[in-house]
Design a protein around this ligand. Structure first.
Ligand code: SAH
Length: 220
């Protein structure tokens, strides 16, 4: 990796990164730990070099294979919704993609377990996050519809691809008191849902309308 790319994209990068943080605060992101976790992630390292100059705009960008890196605002909302204030030990992420959301989570919680169905993305992202010195992330090439039962229960589960309904495996694998943050719905019409497991069952709440790629079954 060329050193200039590793250390930033020139004089403007600190300013553009600060502008993004400002924008997130203005959009209602007020959890300081979440903002700090986002500030630490060099988003330009997660997209193709040709798109690096746009990495600190608050937009989704293509990452190949018909997938996208989530918009920073959405990453912030999801992370803030997952973060109850009490330290999260183990979090499961469904849909590793380029690993941007994964890295934000890794700055905030003890261990991140992340599942990706596309082999190429799984490999690329595992290498990328290793190069970026993250050591508290475990990667699985698998079908996130099944969760990752070996490490359950999780204090939090976050999905970055949308199924039509909440997968049963995820309801089974969340700890009591834990939260699932997941987009639910059809291709263009989805709601970001917060599902909490209590002693008596599940409580669910709508957060906002979102637009994610579909959660597809099986791995490729
Ligand atoms: N947070 C990611 C979002 C990537 S897009 C980022 O910022 O880059 C969603 C990802 O979910 C894609 O990589 C897609 O391949 C993956 N995905 C879709 N269905 C899946 C499934 N059943 N199991 C695991 N990953 C899945």
């Amino acid at each position: 990796m060329n050193p200039q790319r590793r250390h930033g994209i020139g004089m403007t990068s600190a300013r553009t990164r600060e502008r993004l943080m400002q924008r997130l605060r203005e959009s209602g992101i007020d959890d300081l730990r979440v903002l700090e976790a986002i500030r630490q992630v060099p988003r330009h390292m997660f997209v193709d070099e040709a798109l690096a100059s746009r990495a600190y705009e608050d937009i989704a960008l293509p990452i190949g294979h018909g997938q996208t890196i989530s918009q920073p605002y959405i990453v912030a909302v999801m992370t803030q919704t997952l973060n109850t204030g009490k330290r999260l030990h183990r979090v499961l992420e469904i849909g590793t993609g380029c690993g941007y959301q994964t890295a934000v989570l890794a700055n905030l919680v003890d261990e991140v377990y992340t599942v990706e169905r596309i082999a190429t993305l799984f490999r690329q992202t595992r290498n990328r996050l290793f190069d970026l010195k993250y050591r508290n992330i475990k990667f699985l090439h698998g079908d996130g519809l099944k969760g990752w039962p070996e490490h359950a229960p999780y204090d939090g589960i976050l999905a970055t691809a949308a199924p039509a309904e909440v997968p049963h495996a995820l309801l089974d694998q969340i700890a009591i008191g834990g939260r699932i943050v997941i987009p639910i719905g059809e291709r263009t019409l989805q709601k970001l849902m917060l599902i909490e497991k209590t002693l008596d069952g599940f409580e669910q709440r709508e957060i906002e309308s979102v637009n994610f790629v579909p959660l597809l079954s099986g791995k490729i």
